[in-house]
Write a protein that binds this ligand. Structure first.
Ligand SMILES: Cc1ncc(COP(=O)(O)O)c(C=O)c1O
Length: 396
């Protein structure tokens, strides 16, 4: 029995094999690399009950992750995240309460911890000394935390209006961080330009093969939480799309292992009306997305005008018989306020977007009343601006 059953890396476009034993970025064709596993051997040697008997965290899935050995883990305690029913928030008559997968419970308060604990562990295995990332905030915060633990130098480039707390947490965790007067794609250009000169390893979304493996554990976790089957619909706030692509990959692997029963969920990519390249491409039947001009939304994490993995996101949406929906900022903000006051759950704006999209999908009958629905809240609501309190009460 092996700690990991990873065998090689495969180009997501051409299928060409790349060596897992070497530090890798994009494939020879310039596309994301996906880790592949010896699932036949895993099926023979491990039972799903064995996985289920382990402590409920991300590392219980180590056979389906790329780390060669337990000693390679760079960890801050990546716990399984709960499913919280929105029992009191509004929903159309007859619909079941949607369940929020609350990723805000993870280290650094967001699901970016999943991807970056794996990517940083693998970077350390391969002797990387300096990492750089373009980030809307949460990925940079997670990268800074795991880089500190690994003793690796970290450099983060953030769009000008990245939430203040993200910049502060990155700095406090010892990384260098700059505000850039542009969007995430402009930050990505700075990283690309500085790579050779400063010896940075590029941790951008899908430009290295392992963040997606960490994000995949969201899909693996759902399978265990639903008793080795899956819900009917999953709403995911989609920026670079690593989580969405990762979950779809997870469910293919579980299907091949014979560990899950029943149909796979329909995936719904949720974007903001001010930055919806995937929605536009999906609705027009395109296989790739054209970059969104003048992107703007209060939900910083999904303000991604062009995603490297656009073709993989669109493929997963179509293969899952899902769809893509854009919601305006007013509805995102109203959803955040409503869920906080009705159900006591502080959503991130991106998480609130999934609730707004759920209401819209229910209203337009794109989902059925009997559907079990999961909404992803990918970061703690505590990381974003909250209402000012101005009322004062004098003591007598
Ligand atoms: C809170 C939050 N939700 C959603 C996203 C989008 O995630 P993905 O890149 O997997 O599409 C991000 C990315 O920054 C985020 O920070």
């Amino acid at each position: 029995m092996s700690y990991s059953y990873a065998t090689h890396l495969e180009c997501s476009l051409t299928g060409e094999s790349h060596d897992l034993g070497q530090l890798q970025g994009l494939s020879a064709a310039g596309k994301p690399l996906l880790a592949r596993y010896d699932l036949a051997a895993l099926e023979r040697e491990i039972a799903r009950e064995e996985i289920e008997s382990r402590a409920p965290d991300l590392w219980r899935w180590h056979e389906l992750l790329p780390l060669p050995a337990p000693a390679d883990k760079i960890s801050l305690g990546e716990t399984e995240t709960p499913l919280i029913p929105l029992a009191r928030s509004g929903r159309p008559a007859g619909f079941r309460p949607p369940l929020v997968k609350d990723e805000g419970r993870l280290p650094t308060g967001s699901f970016k911890a999943r991807g970056l604990c794996i990517a940083m562990s693998m970077a350390a295995v391969h002797g990387v000394r300096r990492v750089a990332i373009p980030t809307n905030g949460n990925a940079g915060a997670a990268m800074a935390a795991y880089a500190a633990r690994a003793g690796i130098e970290a450099f983060c480039f953030c769009p000008e209006d990245t939430p203040e707390i993200n910049l502060s947490e990155i700095a406090l965790q010892g990384a260098r961080v700059w505000r850039v007067n542009g969007l995430i794609n402009d930050c990505a250009r700075l990283v690309a330009a500085g790579k050779a000169r400063y010896g940075w390893f590029d941790m951008s979304t899908l430009r290295e093969p392992y963040r997606i493996e960490g994000k995949k554990t969201m899909g693996l976790e759902l399978a265990v939480q639903f008793g080795w089957r899956l819900p009917q619909v999953v709403f995911y706030p989609t920026g670079g799309g690593t989580g969405l692509i990762g979950m779809w990959k997870a469910w293919q692997e579980l299907t091949e292992l014979g560990w899950i029963e029943g149909p796979l969920p329909r995936l719904v990519a949720v974007q903001a009306s001010g930055c919806a390249p995937i929605v536009r491409a999906f609705d027009s039947g395109a296989e790739t997305a054209t970059p969104w001009e003048n992107a703007h939304t209060c939900a910083a994490g999904i303000r991604v005008p062009a995603a490297l993995g656009d073709f993989l996101i669109l493929r997963a949406l179509r293969d899952s018989h899902g769809f893509a929906l854009a919601v305006p900022d007013e509805k995102i903000e109203a959803a955040r306020v409503h869920v906080a006051a009705s159900d006591g759950l502080l959503l991130s704006p991106e998480g609130a977007a999934t609730y707004a999209a759920y209401l819209e999908a229910a209203r337009t009958e794109r989902i059925a009343p009997t559907d079990e629905v999961v909404l992803f809240n990918c970061a703690s609501g505590l990381k974003y601006p909250m209402p000012q309190v101005t009322e004062r009460m004098p003591v007598a």
